[in-house]
Design a protein around this ligand. Structure first.
Ligand SMILES: Nc1ncnc2c1ncn2[C@@H]1O[C@H](COP(=O)(O)OP(=O)(O)O)[C@@H](O)[C@H]1O
Ligand SMILES: [Mg+2]
Length: 233
């Protein structure tokens, strides 16, 4: 579904991704793990078209994504839930959903919101509440819900569990698993390595802008280097 080949990304003169390659198959649940500053967010933003790569190629369903503006990438079926959520705090839950539905036609928008509320009943209850009055967990739910409004084929999530209590993040992980089991392909970036490797099928390890390892999550969980570097065991 998604194929990235030999990607280089720079901020000005400073290169932060080096020769990064990765693939995600249809219906897969793939994770990218790595320390703070490794380049995880940069990679997702590059896929979403928010940053242009200086070299390499991004293919989605056989077509080149790099070079397309972000809204065209959304239309192709790729959605990014950004780090730190970036909600509109002074807009209601429903208005935030509308913001994520800018590619959806007017007569479809209500159905789309209903489809979303089935996954997030709490957002239906809170539909007229301002986003900033929601709890941290509910805000993350809303960020994901907004990203789902375009009905993506590939959903990319950038550290959704950041700042959430363990119980809430477990709930969130279950929800992501559910979305995956209902046919949405997932590319998840996380620092919560243990939880992530327990739900993703495959994972990549990004270190200082380079992919240093790739494998089945089960194997990575047993890997000595991973255990030392990321699980503190
Ligand atoms: N807008 C930016 N301008 C310049 N450097 C940046 C910018 N955003 C991130 N960086 C740098 O790029 C590197 C990778 O950052 P990032 O992709 O945010 O890593 P991660 O998400 O893995 O923590 C870091 O060294 C960071 O300081
Ligand atoms: Mg990041």
């Amino acid at each position: 579904m998604l194929g990235i080949k030999n990607l280089d990304v720079k901020y000005g003169d400073v290169q932060v991704l080096w020769d990064v390659s990765l693939r995600v198959d249809e219906n897969e649940f793939v994770a990218i793990i790595g320390a703070n500053g490794a380049g995880k967010s940069t990679l997702l933003k590059t896929i979403a078209g928010l940053i242009g790569p200086s070299d390499g190629e991004i293919l989605f369903l056989g077509e080149k994504l790099n070079g397309l503006p972000p809204h065209r990438i959304v239309r192709r079926g790729v959605s990014l839930i950004p780090e730190r959520r970036e909600l509109f705090g002074n807009l209601t839950v429903y208005e935030n959903l509308l913001m994520g539905g800018y590619t959806v036609s007017k007569n479809e928008i209500e159905d789309r919101a209903e489809w979303i509320y089935n996954y997030f009943p709490i957002l239906r209850e809170r539909r007229n509440q301002l986003a900033r009055t929601l709890s941290g967990g509910e805000q993350q739910m809303l960020a994901i819900a907004r990203g789902l409004m375009s009905k993506p084929k590939l959903l990319m999530l950038d550290e959704p569990s950041l700042g959430l209590a363990p119980k809430i993040s477990s709930e969130l992980f279950r929800l992501i698993e559910k979305l995956n089991s209902e046919g949405i392909t997932i590319l998840l970036v996380e620092q919560n390595v243990k939880k992530t490797l327990k739900i993703a099928t495959r994972a990549y390890v990004l270190e200082n802008g380079r992919m240093i390892m790739e494998g089945e999550s089960e194997d990575l969980l047993r890997n000595e280097n991973i255990r030392k570097a990321y699980l503190g065991i």
